[in-house]
Design a protein around this ligand. Structure first.
Ligand code: BDR
Ligand code: CA
Length: 309
């Protein structure tokens, strides 16, 4: 049976590839998409989400979520995903209207309707989930699992040790952890194991689809920015996390104690993963350590083939 999921995202070039993967999958049944600020403003990420759903032929609604993080101030850094969040690609405007509910209300209604069988895949800051948990005190018991692209058990990206999605709203991820929902964390340490060469990327996206000309500038931009900072290979974080959400067996993971550093300073927003064998801290998160690169590449290839058929 297909697993019912909500995808919470902030598109974002890698979010776009993750959506491409999700809409091609026969393992998941996408209830709808929710959006969050992050890679761009909430207006832009929502517009991108609507147009991306249209681009990939998805038949689901999009609900707008948080404009800002909890308690702190953050501004998008347009460099990484381009001024419009999708590397300057111009997408056809979706004929579909935005859903009327706020993301957190839509999430709660769906969770109750699914009666404990709903999973959530987050590809951006966790603000919408935190707001939903604050607003609906019984929500946690209705959520089966959250697969989070975020955090890291090693290095960071937005800060030396803090990953962008968690750094964008550290309090939100900690609120999710406090709610004791089953969390699988696909952090930078894990997505790093899927870094691909330019040739590998070309091979994956080789087949012609109706959206090839739209993906090309996105991937180009993404590759150029990563190259600029000396990376020869490309990592598509959200797509890697989506692959793990779709096929959990492609990841190697371990349940470990995780918390978010909330003290102001250079470590703010770091996910502190406690690997000490003698640690007495509660093991609360399934931390992905590595992803089967061949399986991941095949999933991407099969997704592209699905659209080109
Ligand atoms: C995450 O941050 C965003 O820039 C990407 O879309 C991804 O979700 C990687 O740290
Ligand atoms: Ca993202």
């Amino acid at each position: 049976m297909k697993r019912r999921v909500i995808i919470d995202c902030d598109p974002g070039i890698d979010d776009a590839i993750a959506l491409m993967l999700a809409f091609a999958s026969s393992d998941i049944d996408i209830a709808f998409i929710t959006t969050c600020f992050g890679n761009n403003t909430i207006q832009q990420t929502t517009e991108n989400a609507l147009n991306l759903v249209n681009l990939f032929g998805g038949n689901v609604d999009v609900y707008k979520g948080a404009e800002n993080p909890l308690f702190i101030d953050r501004r998008p850094i347009p460099e990484f995903h381009g001024p419009n969040g999708i590397g300057g690609a111009t997408l056809e405007t979706s004929p579909r209207k935005l859903g009327e509910d706020y993301a957190w209300d839509a999430i709660y209604k769906e969770a109750v309707a699914c009666n404990g069988e709903l999973s959530i895949i987050t590809l951006g800051p966790l603000t919408n989930i935190a707001i939903a948990l604050f607003k609906y005190e019984d929500l946690a018991k209705y959520i089966k699992e959250i697969v989070v692209m975020g955090g890291s058990s090693s290095f960071g990206n937005e800060q030396p040790y803090s990953e962008a999605n968690v750094y964008s709203d550290p309090y939100a991820f900690q609120a999710v952890l406090n709610a004791k929902i089953k969390v699988r964390m696909v952090g930078l340490n894990a997505t790093e194991t899927t870094r691909m060469t330019f040739d590998e990327m070309k091979e994956i996206f080789d087949l012609k689809t109706s959206f090839s000309d739209k993906l090309a500038p996105m991937l180009d931009h993404y590759l150029r920015v990563q190259n600029k900072y000396g990376e020869e290979k490309l990592v598509i974080h959200d797509a890697a996390a989506m692959a793990v959400a779709i096929k959990p067996e492609i990841a190697v993971s371990e349940i470990l104690p995780v918390s978010v550093e909330l003290t102001n300073g250079r470590m703010f927003g770091r996910t502190v993963v406690d690997i000490r064998l003698h640690s007495q801290a509660e093991k609360n998160v399934d931390v992905v350590k590595s992803i089967d690169f061949e399986a991941y590449k095949n999933m991407l290839k099969q997704a592209v083939a699905h659209y080109s058929a």
